[in-house]
Design a protein around this ligand. Structure first.
Ligand code: 3HC
Ligand code: NAI
Length: 698
């Protein structure tokens, strides 16, 4: 069925687009739109055309599932040009989220009207491309170079009020009926014999004789570090810059060329994989069968690093929070941190003083556990010790109603074992936030043996309310993220003991695109955390496991990283970032001597190969054991919790790209040195022998 229909109301024509769920501009939509315009072009009696998409939202952009498929048909750019050239009023009647190609269609129309809740944007940069249907030329003409570039380089969604103030839309209608809004506006235009306003002919904000190079350079520098390694932001800037010199349609052709360069780049592929993976996290069995409960009252136990961050994430979601700590001083300390974070947001103009007071008004602190007995969901974030956690859940089991959902924020501990102290373990699960919990997007939802589907669905829905990306994980030591982290850290320690430099490893991983190298991460999180975990695991370590003691030697000296000013690097007011701790190399040297290793050289390639191979190897084991339901969930965990470059799509997607046979060969060759550590998972052998990829398991 044609997703584009035309109807008429006197001399006004209504072009309706319907392509659920978000009216993405697919090949059928493009064909339908072109046919509609061709038909309307011939109808002289039609004085005004309204383009709208009355379902969930106006067009939310090109259908990104079609990218890279070469489906042919008219380009959206050609359609936009045809729309703009029509000799009758063309009105885009907007609502929802007109994004990307959706806003580009709207900007090619002569007028844009919107409902109050509309948000517009050109988020192509987040997908590794640039607006390719005239957006880089028409947005600066409407909103100016600065606003236009800001929108295209951040991908931010601009609310209708801000959009009207910046000239992107012309009028806001209080009514939500986009068709009647369009008809009313069209009648007004016809009655007033208004002039057609073509965006390409608008020179009020971008004047060709003006020199914008300084502004453009300033904006380029502002986003330099954020866009490090990325290809499309430069293409966006180039397209805008060229647009200042070229005639409009020459600039449109130039934009198209740059768009195609981006379209066929691996970064686009990685970022779109990331986009769909982040939506696919919801495709889990529990969400198909169970209904979630609407949580409004949350309890948090422990007001340390995590409890404080989790409380803020909950307050930001409009929830009421009661925190319980061991003593009043600790509550005060946590409250002070919350208060100062919100005050900083006030100072930066992110929230008003009123909003800050409202947020703080939803927070209560105390020292008696009984205080949280009325909470619908409780998140425990006390010390990482099984006995303490069990004691707390035993008490909660007594004082809370039997349907209160009980969650632990443990990083590694066995949720099934903790759940045993409760009478009804089906309401128990893990909610593993990442630090700082008010900022980091990732939330692992740890599903125990007995956790009910309703409990899982409720935790997912609460996570989304808290603006997190929840990912389902089964129970194992460290769940998805930390279990993989433990594996590649050990591979890294092996390399260091064999002769690789800690600073080379960090550099190679940064150059690969990760936010930080592994030793920087250890310094940031605190070396003591990993040390405690290594000590906990020591009794279970097999004699055949290769254990490198270098990190223990570092911790024994109290060099826990940033919080003490010294770790693998040095920290301090006058210390340059990434200054190596000069004593580390000495520790490595003496440890190599102690265990009798003759150090060898590691090339950058070998460092990266071993690091990625260890990461992917553990990922495959996690899939085999069904800890993660699908490879893309591992990608989402790594992109959002561990600084893996989003544009590589995540480690499993990256492994698909470089070839699973290569990962398998690496494992087989390393296996010869240490078969305990590098044992090859059957699933990987099977995928390689069948010529399949991880993406086939998604
Ligand atoms: N193409 C194809 N599918 C899309 C899509 C798109 N542009 N946008 C969303 N979808 C799909 C999602 O994958 C999801 O599918 P699923 O139900 O099978 O998982 C479904 O639509 C609903 O999406 P969300 O779950 O994200 O729904 P929300 O209501 O939370 O958000 C949204 C809606 C704000 C529109 C969000 O989906 C979004 O940001 N979409 C992408 C918008 C975008 O980037 N547009 C630019 C595209 S590139 C372009 O236009 C190029 C042009 O310059 C030529
Ligand atoms: P933390 O040491 O900063 O805070 C723990 C808090 O719990 C302390 O303030 C302590 O006073 C309080 N506490 C201890 N026993 C208590 C009790 N019986 N009743 C009330 N409060 C009590 O620890 P952090 O870093 O916040 O970690 C908490 C939990 O979150 C741990 O299980 C940890 O593994 C996990 N986690 C930590 C992350 C991190 O990066 N720090 C990341 C993700 C999870």
């Amino acid at each position: 069925m044609n997703p584009v229909s035309i109807s008429y109301e006197g001399e006004i024509s209504i072009v309706k687009i319907s392509n659920p769920p978000v009216n993405a501009i697919s090949l059928e939509v493009r064909n339908g739109l072109l046919d509609a315009i061709n038909e309307l072009e011939k109808k002289e009696e039609v004085k005004a055309v309204i383009i709208c998409a009355p379902n969930r939202t106006f067009l939310a952009g090109a259908d990104i599932r079609e990218f890279g498929k070469n489906l042919g048909g008219p380009t959206l750019s050609e359609i936009c040009n045809k729309i703009e050239k029509l000799n009758k009023y063309v009105i885009a009647s907007l609502h929802g989220t007109p994004l990307g190609g959706g806003l580009e269609v709207a900007m090619a129309c002569h007028f844009r009207i919107a409902t109050p809740n509309t948000k517009v944007g050109l988020p192509e940069v987040l997908l590794g491309i640039l607006p390719g249907a005239g957006g880089t030329q028409r947005l600066p003409r409407l909103a100016g170079i600065e606003m236009g570039l800001e929108m295209m380089l951040t991908g931010k969604h601009v609310p209708s009020q801000e959009a009207i103030e910046n000239g992107i839309i012309d009028k806001i209608f209080e009514h939500t009926d986009t068709i009647s809004n369009g008809i009313n506006y069209a009648k007004e235009l016809i009655q007033n014999n208004s002039k057609i306003k073509r965006t390409s002919e608008n020179f009020s904000k971008v004047k060709s004789e003006e020199d914008y190079s300084e502004i453009i350079n300033e904006i380029r520098n502002k986003y330099k570090s954020k866009h490090k390694n990325l290809f499309s932001p430069n293409a966006i800037i180039e397209s805008v810059q060229q647009g200042l010199k070229l005639e409009f349609y020459a600039a449109i052709n130039n934009e198209r060329k740059l768009f195609e360069d981006c379209l066929y780049s691996p970064q686009r592929e990685g970022l779109i994989h990331t986009f769909f993976s982040e939506r696919a996290v919801n495709k889990i069995p529990e969400l198909k069968t169970a209904k979630s409960k609407d949580i409004k009252k949350v309890g948090v136990i422990g007001g340390g690093t995590m409890g404080t961050g989790i409380s803020m994430a909950a307050l930001n979601a409009g929830l009421s929070v009661i925190m319980v700590e061991r003593d009043e001083e600790l509550i005060k300390k946590s409250f002070k941190k919350i208060e100062s974070t919100y005050q900083r947001n006030v100072d930066l103009g992110r929230i008003s003083l009123e909003e800050k007071n409202k947020l703080l008004g939803n927070f209560i602190g105390g020292t008696e556990l009984e205080k949280i007995a009325d909470r619908e969901l409780i998140i425990e974030a006390v010390f990482e010790e099984m006995d303490i956690k069990k004691e707390i859940f035993t008490k909660l089991n007594k004082i809370c109603p039997s349907d209160t959902i009980l969650a632990s924020n443990t990083s590694y501990l066995d949720i099934n074992e903790i759940a045993k102290v409760t009478n009804n373990p089906e309401r128990m699960l893990g909610m593993h936030f990442f630090s700082p919990a008010n900022i980091m997007k990732l939330l692992e939802i740890i599903v125990g043996e007995k956790t009910s589907a309703e409990t899982v669905a409720t935790a997912f829905s609460l996570g989304k309310k808290m603006k997190k990306i929840p990912v389902r994980s089964g129970v194992c030591d460290g769940f998805i993220g930390n279990r993989i982290l433990s594996k590649y850290l050990v591979a890294t320690y092996h390399m260091v003991e064999d002769g690789a430099s800690i600073y080379d490893i960090d550099r190679v991983i940064r150059e690969f695109g990760c936010a930080m190298g592994p030793f920087q991460v250890i310094d940031l999180a605190g070396g003591d955390i990993g040390w405690a975990t290594r000590k906990r695991k020591a009794p279970f370590r097999s004699k055949n496991d290769r254990y490198v003691e270098i990190p223990d030697r570092v911790c024994e000296r109290g060099w826990f990283g940033q919080k003490v000013g010294k770790g693998y690097y040095l920290y301090g007011k006058d210390v340059k970032p990434l200054t190596p701790n000069p004593e580390i190399e000495e520790i490595c040297k003496s440890e190599r001597e102690r265990v009798g290793i003759n150090p060898k050289e590691f090339s950058d390639k070998e460092i990266l190969d071993r690091y990625i191979t260890a990461l992917v190897l553990e990922g495959v084991k996690i899939l085999e054991e069904k800890i993660a339901i699908k490879p893309s969930d591992i990608d989402v965990v790594y992109n959002n919790g561990y600084g893996f470059p989003r544009w590589r799509g995540g480690p499993m997607n990256y492994a698909d790209k470089i070839g699973l046979d290569k990962i398998l060969n690496n494992i087989k060759s390393y296996e010869k040195e240490n078969s305990n550590f590098w044992s090859c998972p059957k699933l990987l052998e099977q995928l390689v022998s069948e010529g399949r990829k991880f993406k086939d398991l998604n």
